[in-house]
Ligand binder design. Structure first.
Ligand SMILES: [Zn+2]
Length: 68
């Protein structure tokens, strides 16, 4: 399974999240939106829209700096 979400999946994820960062609530546009695996890919999480959350670039970066 690929690690990266496709553009179609990203659009779906963005729509599911009402175009807001699911961590901090920042309004997302395509320049700051990043699709994140809820269950990390490295822990067996699927690259599927249901295993994704919409984050802004800052939150996604913070998350990857502090792995759970
Ligand atoms: Zn955020």
């Amino acid at each position: 399974m690929p690690r990266n979400f496709t553009n179609n999946q990203k659009l779906l994820i963005l729509r599911q999240a009402n175009y807001k960062c699911q961590n901090c609530g920042t309004i997302l546009d395509t320049t700051i939106f990043e699709a994140d695996h809820k269950t990390a890919y490295s822990k067996g999480g699927s690259t599927e829209a249901w295993n994704a959350q919409a984050l802004c670039r800052n939150c996604n970066r913070r998350k990857s700096d502090n792995p759970q």
